[in-house]
Design a protein around this ligand. Structure first.
Ligand code: AMP
Ligand code: GLY
Length: 409
């Protein structure tokens, strides 16, 4: 098939890499230098015009912004096959207030919350919550619109910096799991669960990011738990919204069962990078089945080897990012490196965004997959490069070996 991939990050490079391996012809709009190595770029954000110029068999949307803006409705009106949710359903990610009220209506388990529309109301509502308390900006914020405030002063500052439209919610304790399923509006195909690492620093310290690394291992969510999430979370959403495309439930596995932290209406990034590394089914066919209402009876196979993706971030991320640092080593480091914030400059490949690369590796077990990713990183360089040293460490702690590989920063 001729497949158009919308987006320009590590997720889109991973999708392109996987589909190219299956023999599909890849186009990226606007794409990135990694996708350019395996396909053709259409340097535009007028996605329908891009599709009209190449007439693809299928279009896959990576990021949330075009989904929330209605790209799927636009493509469908033009009779083009596309993987993603309609604009209505995409509001589950576009507005945290909408998402929380939707969950309340459907009885989907989530943290207790207050919605406020002014800073004053936000400050007043803080009295209803213990510390830490979680403050969330209503709209899209690339993973950076959430502050976990440990005391009243931090909470008030967060309300002022993220307001006026906010969700304030109770802090949930537990392990976080990213659970993603593909739907065609009726049938649901779960992907294997992954675990992301949202905070910038080792040991979950520092501010939140879009995700500093993720791993995929069949043991993250036992089968019974996955079924429970399908029954109580994914199923009700698909039924209520006729959801098509990838529905991502960010879960906190609490002692009272899984609770939804957020919905995304797309594949996760970096989660997609280890997922594509492990997927053992023909992805192109499954995507086409989602776009054409043919997912009945489809299930996905996964390789037995776990996979790990460590994000290499640019100086300053997740704050003000420095760009233009020259990147070396990615083609000789011994594993697959997905490109995100990169561009071709006069001196070769340069940094061009916060999350620059996703170094992704598999291994006979999680420890080996992780060791392979970190060994490859030793061979990659750009000035200001920083990354977490404990990606997959939680899984390693749960399932062994006893010693977790951590490298002193
Ligand atoms: P969100 O964009 O809503 O998923 O929030 C980003 C991150 O903030 C999540 O991945 C969690 O790490 C953290 N977080 C969000 N909500 C809560 C909560 N209620 N309790 C604890 N941590 C949370
Ligand atoms: N890694 C989290 C996300 O894609 O939103």
């Amino acid at each position: 098939m001729k497949i158009l991939i919308i987006g320009s990050g590590g997720r889109e490079h991973a999708i392109a890499w996987r589909l190219a391996q299956e023999g599909h012809q890849i186009f990226g709009a606007p794409g990135n230098p990694g996708i350019a190595e395996i396909g053709q770029l259409l340097p535009t954000t007028d996605y329908l015009a891009a599709a009209n110029s190449i007439d693809p068999d299928l279009t896959v949307v990576g990021p949330e912004v075009p989904l929330v803006a209605g790209v799927v409705d636009q493509f469908r009106a033009a009779k083009r096959k596309i993987v993603g949710p309609a604009q209505d359903a995409a509001q589950l990610e576009g507005s945290k207030i909408h998402s929380k009220e939707f969950m309340r209506r459907l009885g989907i388990p989530t943290a207790r919350y207050a919605r406020v529309e002014s800073v004053e109301a936000g400050i007043t509502a803080l009295a209803e919550f213990d510390h830490p308390v979680v403050i969330k900006a209503d709209g899209l914020a690339a993973g950076k619109g959430v502050i976990i405030a440990k005391d009243r002063a931090e909470a008030e500052a967060a309300v002022r910096s993220l307001g006026p439209r906010l969700v304030i919610e109770e802090f949930l304790e537990g392990e976080e799991v990213s659970f993603i399923a593909l739907s065609d509006g009726k049938n649901i195909v779960p992907l294997e669960a992954t675990q992301d690492h949202k905070a910038v620093g080792d040991g979950d310290t520092g501010p939140n990011t879009g995700g500093m690394g993720a791993y995929c291992d069949g043991r993250i969510l036992p089968k019974a738990d996955a079924q429970h999430v399908l029954d109580t979370v994914i199923g009700p959403v698909v039924e209520a919204t006729r959801f098509t495309g990838f529905l991502y439930a960010g879960l906190m596995m609490t002692t009272n069962g899984p609770k939804v932290l957020e919905f995304n209406v797309r594949l996760g990034d970096p989660e997609t990078q280890p997922l594509m590394h492990r997927l053992d089914s023909p992805f192109g066919e499954v995507l086409l089945a989602s776009a054409t209402g043919n997912l009945a009876g489809v299930s996905l196979r996964w390789k037995s080897e776990p996979s790990v993706c460590v994000v290499l971030a640019a100086a300053g991320y997740p704050g003000q990012v420095r760009t233009g640092d020259v990147i070396t080593g990615i083609h000789t480091c011994g594993t697959q490196v997905f490109q995100a914030g990169t561009k071709q400059g006069p001196k070769g490949l340069e940094t061009a965004g916060g999350r620059v690369l996703g170094v992704t590796a598999s291994g006979a077990d999680l420890a080996k997959a992780s060791a392979n990713a970190y060994a490859a990183i030793e061979k990659i360089h750009f000035d200001g490069m920083h990354y977490r040293h404990d990606i997959a460490a939680k899984g390693l702690k749960r399932w062994g070996p006893a010693t977790i590989r951590t490298i002193a920063p």
